[in-house]
Design a protein around this ligand. Structure first.
Ligand code: NDP
Length: 260
């Protein structure tokens, strides 16, 4: 199905590294023109260049998904550069942890703001154009934390459960317009976010880095971290015409960590 996305325009939030970067490149390789955003321009330029190297058009713009004004401008700036957004990948996110006793209120607010309200905000800006054109794909990078609880991540877990609720509600509401809305739920993925989480765990526990990596890898029955490209492959599948019957789903990419 190479080139199945030819003629489509995709927007990937948080497209400068990790999963977002892999998704941007995979969508381009499948034929889409790709817009990417993040808070810092420096990381976006090399990804835009890599998209152009596939022969597709690319557009990089600074946008913080927690800033409503910047988000509201996104559809217009992407439209001027590449055309209307057909495929939205809500990937920008953050993960911080804290035990619940003494949980900082600002950490709670930060996690909900970026992982849940940020997705709501970008969807709200992009969906009217999709409804007008009666076609769209919304793919949110959620988490296995959208389905299960774990210690020390109350805020992240609540935000990721919330984004799955948003996904399901939008899927039902937007079904009449040929817009599908799905979530991808990865386990631990080998990205800069996981590097930062590992560094935190090293600092907190005093355990060596290789032991922490072994512990988090062992949470996956395949004994490894997921590669960003594995998540990207599912996003490409969901973005295609052949996936028009798949909506309101939460697809795990976790090596079988969860069995539902
Ligand atoms: P990374 O931290 O490696 O990359 C995050 C990306 O998002 C960067 O491009 C970053 O760029 C951007 N970003 C961060 N904050 C904002 C913001 N406020 N507005 C716009 N862009 C922002 O993360 P991952 O690739 O690991 O994770 C991507 C998504 O996948 C997240 O939603 C995460 O929760 C989810 N996920 C990750 C897992 C993992 O193990 N890594 C597992 C399950 C889910 P900049 O800093 O310049 O803004």
């Amino acid at each position: 199905m190479t080139d199945s996305l030819t003629g489509r325009v995709a927007l990937v939030t948080g497209g400068s590294k990790g999963i977002g970067k892999a998704v941007a490149l995979a969508l381009a390789e499948a034929g889409a023109d790709v817009a990417i955003c993040a808070r810092k321009m420096a990381g976006l330029e090399p990804v835009a260049d890599a998209v152009r190297a596939t022969g597709r058009r690319a557009f990089a713009t600074v946008c913080d998904v927690t800033d409503a004004e910047q988000v509201n401008r996104l559809p217009t700036v992407v439209n001027e550069a590449l055309g209307p957004i057909d495929i939205l990948v809500n990937n920008a996110g953050a993960s911080e942890s804290h035990k619940f006793v003494g949980h900082p209120d600002d950490l709670w607010a930060r996690m909900l703001e970026i992982n849940l309200t940020g997705v709501y905000r970008v969807c709200k800006a992009v969906v009217p154009g999709m409804i007008e054109r009666k076609w769209g794909r919304i793919i949110t990078i959620a988490s296995i934390s959208s389905k299960v609880g774990a210690r020390y991540v109350a805020a992240y877990t609540a935000s990721k459960h919330g984004v799955l609720g948003l996904t399901r509600a939008l899927a039902v509401e937007l079904n009449p317009y040929q817009i599908t809305v799905n979530a991808i739920c990865p386990g631990y993925v080998d990205t800069p976010m996981t590097d930062a989480n590992v560094a935190n765990m090293v600092a907190r526990t005093g355990k060596p880095e290789d032991e922490i990596r072994r512990i988090i890898s062992s949470g996956n029955p395949q004994g490894r971290l997921i590669a960003p490209e594995e998540v990207a492959a599912v996003a490409v599948m969901l973005a295609g015409e052949a996936a028009r019957g798949i909506t309101a789903q939460a697809i795990n990419v976790d090596g079988g960590t969860l069995t539902y």
